[in-house]
Design a protein around this ligand. Structure first.
Ligand SMILES: [Zn+2]
Ligand SMILES: [Zn+2]
Length: 292
């Protein structure tokens, strides 16, 4: 565990979109003030991204998931199995009594995550002959929300808030694929619990200018997924819509989850005042500045 630091940082392992080969699928590591490491999403390339960056699953305290698409969750099976079966350094395998990694997501997202993982993870015996009794709780300590905001358009809660081991995060539904549970994240970055400052992470979703504008005064940094393709039935942050955001939002905004032809658009991206996230970049979530 690293020494404590005065800030909360976010390091991108993968910064590309769903089909990116050059920038990798989504997985980022948030390091809290006490040195605990949490992952935001765990895409299909996450096991190799962590390894390449010099980390093991046993270095990770917890996992946050925004929504259930392969570029965000297909690394989870590897995470679950390795922690369950393998002992690494002083961290015992969870099947032998070692600590479970923590798991945070909106409950509607969690249900879909389990649908994805169940065909691999449910084969845990319960001692009474049931060969399929595995649950997400066998592999992760699933954190319940500390507070919820009731449903609006969809049948699930509009937002669920979590407070665990120094992490304070709100998972709030965003507009991604219609009818599909998906959330943006509001990571509380102030040292004082009354400090409303957040770092905002879009997950995957379309641009919501009114909402982004409304939270800008208390937001130190925005990370927004970005596409340069005007797909019919757009489900991502179309760049033309990001470009039209108020300047106060744009100068705090980092684009991520972008396509491999990003460099074609760099002049336009930088002219609008955005920063670009690439694999290996590290951001100070309190100051809103890039560190590496
Ligand atoms: Zn995605
Ligand atoms: Zn998605």
């Amino acid at each position: 565990m690293s020494a404590s630091s005065q800030t909360i940082s976010l390091r991108l392992f993968g910064a590309g979109g769903a089909f990116s080969r050059r920038y990798g699928t989504t997985c980022s590591m948030v390091t809290l003030r006490d040195g605990k490491r949490w992952l935001i999403d765990c895409g299909r390339q996450a096991p190799d991204q962590l390894y390449a960056a010099g980390y093991a699953w046993h270095d990770i305290h917890g996992q946050i998931i925004t929504h259930c698409h392969g570029d965000h969750v297909f690394g989870l099976e590897d995470f679950a199995f390795v922690r369950y079966f393998e002992t690494h350094a002083e961290v015992m395998a969870s099947s032998r009594g070692g600590p479970l990694p923590k798991y945070v997501s909106h409950s509607a997202v969690r249900d879909e995550v389990w649908e994805t993982l169940a065909p691999s993870l449910r084969y845990v015996q319960d001692g009474r002959g049931n060969l399929r009794s595995g649950t997400l709780q066998h592999f992760f300590q699933v954190i319940p929300p500390a507070a919820v905001e009731p449903p609006r358009k969809n049948p699930w809660n509009h937002a669920e808030a979590f407070e665990v081991d120094g992490l304070r995060v709100v998972t709030r539904e965003n507009e991604h694929v219609p009818g599909k549970p998906s959330c943006a994240l509001e990571l509380h970055v102030g040292e004082d619990p009354r400090d409303p400052r957040i770092a905002w992470w879009s997950g995957d979703g379309v641009v919501d200018p009114a909402f982004l504008h409304s939270i800008e005064p208390r937001t130190s940094i925005f990370f927004h997924d970005c596409t340069f393709i005007d797909y019919p039935g757009q489900v991502h942050g179309f760049f033309d819509r990001l470009e039209a955001l108020p300047e106060a939002v744009r100068r705090k905004l980092v684009i991520m989850h972008h396509e491999d032809n990003l460099e074609l658009y760099r002049p336009r991206v930088e002219a609008a005042g955005f920063r670009i996230a690439l694999p290996g970049h590290v951001f100070d979530l309190v100051a809103g500045q890039q560190m590496l």
